[in-house]
Design a protein around this ligand. Structure first.
Ligand code: ATP
Length: 242
């Protein structure tokens, strides 16, 4: 059974449609990537799953139950974590306070404390910057904080919106290393990326999103080249995304 099942999802901003009957399934333990150009609707899709924007039509089921009517907080409690684009950390709070916010949904206090220690081991810079105001962190440090905060809610499904955007290559490597470890622990991952090569290499399946529509990317031997060609067509408007 799929852990996440999006069916014919339509989202509009005012009268402008951002998603046109988008359908997507993610099975437990999978890492699924969605690649596509700016304005394709990728953020909108993740926001709809996280309950941050409302659907005009269609359905989103998680673990066999419809998410319709659930608040974003209830959705986090059900096990869906979102690392949003632009990070959305609380700049006036310290690193430690931001991390504690990630743990507010946890009931297993002892395990949560152990997870915090493990997370600080995984992102050592956050231990160094523990008492620093988050607004003073660099982009790469803020991204690590945003991912760490989402992980501390112990999600079963982790949604990531362009986690490598604007990061130095070493930090990108760290982010993908951590995602690989999560996958190894059975966390299901839905990853939105413009870094086609990294995303398709990491994912078990990939989709291309363009103009509010989604298509599976063929599992060719050279997925990277296929994705590149499809994206070029999408950007130029010369090719069918197929
Ligand atoms: P990007 O990588 O640039 O974030 P994206 O693929 O994530 O692109 P979305 O941000 O989901 O795309 O945007 C999809 C469409 O919806 C775009 O045409 C965008 O201009 C529009 N849009 C997004 N957010 C809003 C909003 N709050 N109000 C109005 N239109 C919006």
């Amino acid at each position: 059974m799929s852990l996440l099942e999006v069916r014919d999802l339509v989202v509009r901003y005012g009268r402008v449609p951002a998603l046109h009957e988008v359908s997507l399934e993610v099975n437990e333990g999978e890492a699924v990537a969605i690649v596509g150009p700016n304005g394709a609707g990728k953020t909108t899709l993740l926001s709809a799953i996280a309950g941050v924007v409302a659907a005009a039509a269609g359905s989103i089921a998680y673990d066999g139950r419809n998410l319709h009517g659930n608040s974003p907080e209830a959705i986090v409690r059900r096990g869906i974590g979102l690392v949003p684009e632009g990070r959305h950390i609380f700049g006036s709070l310290t690193v430690a306070e931001n991390l504690r916010l990630g743990m507010t949904v946890r009931r297993d206090r002892e395990q949560a404390r152990r997870d915090l220690a493990a997370t600080l081991d995984r992102f050592p810079i956050l231990r160094v910057l523990h008492d620093t105001q988050a607004s003073r962190l660099s982009g790469g440090e803020q991204q690590q904080l945003a991912i760490a905060r989402a992980l501390l809610a112990s999600p079963r499904l982790l949604l990531l919106d362009e986690p490598s955007l604007g990061l130095a290559p070493l930090v990108i490597n760290l982010v993908f290393e951590v995602l690989g470890e999560l996958r190894g622990r059975g966390v299901t991952i839905l990853l939105v990326e413009q870094n086609v090569a990294r995303a398709t290499a990491f994912a078990t399946r990939s989709h291309l999103m363009c103009g509010g529509r989604i298509e599976p990317l063929p599992e060719t031997v050279d997925g990277e080249a296929a994705a590149g060609a499809l994206l070029a067509g999408a950007y130029l408007g010369t090719g069918e995304a197929r």
